[in-house]
Ligand binder design. Structure first.
Ligand code: 9MR
Length: 395
């Protein structure tokens, strides 16, 4: 039972702690300032100039990011995820359901997960993601058919004739895309029914992932080394046969700015289009570094769209060198807003996917030691200023 004295002590502690904190919008720093430099819960200290810093609210946004994207005419705002995350029992799941209209299975549909032994297919991980999407009417981005990474040993280190590898790709892409074809179609029917959307072909596949080196040459892997560039049309044709309604994409990073890699991708799209190969979209991964969002992101999107394909931001995150400071978080907000604004300004940019929404599951700290805080939600699922940047970008 709470006695008067424990209540009084708690109250006193609360008052003392509160007194040591600047209130939301209150001053929290600046030359000559002697007051509290920590901010009330739900706000961060932001430097306006050398003489004045104040406590900005962490997030003023109350609109789910998917609703903001759809209000701006986009199809979705989504996130990468896998079942180990949404079944972990903590706050991941409710936020995930509230905020996002699209899911990309982060790893569970890749080759090593779906065909670990040649001809032996396992879909459990991907099925769990699709089942969730169907239940909550979220769009699915199939990911991926042909990628140099996350492929099984038998494939990566195998020696194949042209005919053999052609058949291997056809079987893999055909079986993988075919497995999800019917399921995603049923889901689309619900989507149209409940949301009065005017399109059916909302499921997309990243059929080819990361085919180029940064200098625009083709990546050396079992696919290119055996089949030259023909592995691209082989995979696209197989995916198209398995699901004629799917939007088929090629996805890559460092094509978000002018340079040899973007040029190589544009030339590939032109070649495929000229040959009548089914290609509907280019995925711009957008794994960015703080303060380095390309100035020409919108221009690049427009250039891809001019080739007759749609574009999507497929793996957005914006990493910083740790520890995060208020200044860095505010810069990150501006950076997220820049990316979203670019997509918002391009009608053929259909949607945005972030590469997981919480720093708790971000790939960044393990891939770039000393860096992190790349997602719009922090380790404890609190919205960061980046969240407001996203909402502002769609405004
Ligand atoms: O997020 C993915 C991480 O869990 C994997 O360990 C990593 C390596 O396979 O791949 C990460 O996702 C990558 C994506 O599949 C392709 N674009 C780059 C992403 C970050 O590496």
């Amino acid at each position: 039972m709470l006695t008067f004295s424990t209540c009084f002590v708690s109250l006193l502690a609360f008052v003392l702690i509160s007194a040591a904190q600047a209130p939301i919008y209150g001053q929290c720093g600046g030359i000559g300032f002697t007051g509290p430099t920590t901010c009330a819960v739900g706000s961060v200290c932001v430097k306006n100039n050398d003489y004045f810093s104040n406590c900005d609210p962490l997030s003023t946004a109350t609109t789910p990011v998917n609703a903001a994207a759809q209000a701006a005419g986009k199809l979705y705002f989504g996130t990468a995820t896998d079942s180990s995350e949404f079944t972990n029992g903590d706050r991941y799941y409710p936020i995930f359901l509230t905020e996002f209209g699209q899911i990309t299975p982060e790893n569970s549909m890749n080759w090593n997960a779906t065909e670990p032994e040649q001809g032996v297919f396992t879909f459990a991980g991907g099925d769990a993601v699709v089942a969730l999407a169907q239940k909550y009417l979220q769009l699915i981005r199939g990911y991926s058919c042909v990628w140099y990474n996350q492929i099984p040993e038998w494939l990566a280190n195998g020696t194949f004739t042209v005919a053999e590898l052609t058949e291997i790709i056809q079987t893999h892409c055909g079986t993988l895309v075919g497995h999800y074809e019917g399921q995603i179609c049923i889901f689309q029917a619900f989507q149209v029914l409940f949301h009065s959307l005017t399109f059916f072909d909302t499921d997309s596949w990243d059929v080819i992932n990361e085919p180029f080196n940064d200098d625009g040459t083709w990546r050396s892997d079992v696919f290119y080394n055996t089949l030259d560039t023909s592995f691209v049309p082989i995979a696209l044709e197989a995916a198209s046969t398995a699901d004629p309604n799917a939007k088929l994409y090629i996805n890559d990073y460092n094509i978000e700015f002018a340079g040899p890699k973007a040029t190589a991708m544009m030339e590939l799209i032109q070649t495929l289009k000229a040959s009548g190969v089914p290609i509907h979209g280019v995925g711009l991964q957008c794994h960015f570094v703080l303060g380095q969002v390309p100035d020409d992101l919108q221009t690049i999107m427009e250039q891809f769209a001019a080739l007759g394909v749609e574009v999507a931001v497929t793996e957005l995150d914006i990493r910083m060198t740790l520890p995060a400071t208020n200044e860095l978080l505010i810069q990150q907000k501006a950076d997220y807003q820049s990316v979203i604004s670019a997509c918002n300004a391009v009608p053929d940019c259909v949607g945005v996917t972030i590469w997981d929404y919480t720093d708790k599951y971000s790939w960044i700290p393990s891939a770039f030691p000393g860096q992190g805080e790349a997602c719009p939600w922090d380790l404890n699922y609190n919205q960061k200023p980046a969240y407001d940047g996203i909402i502002a970008g769609f405004a």
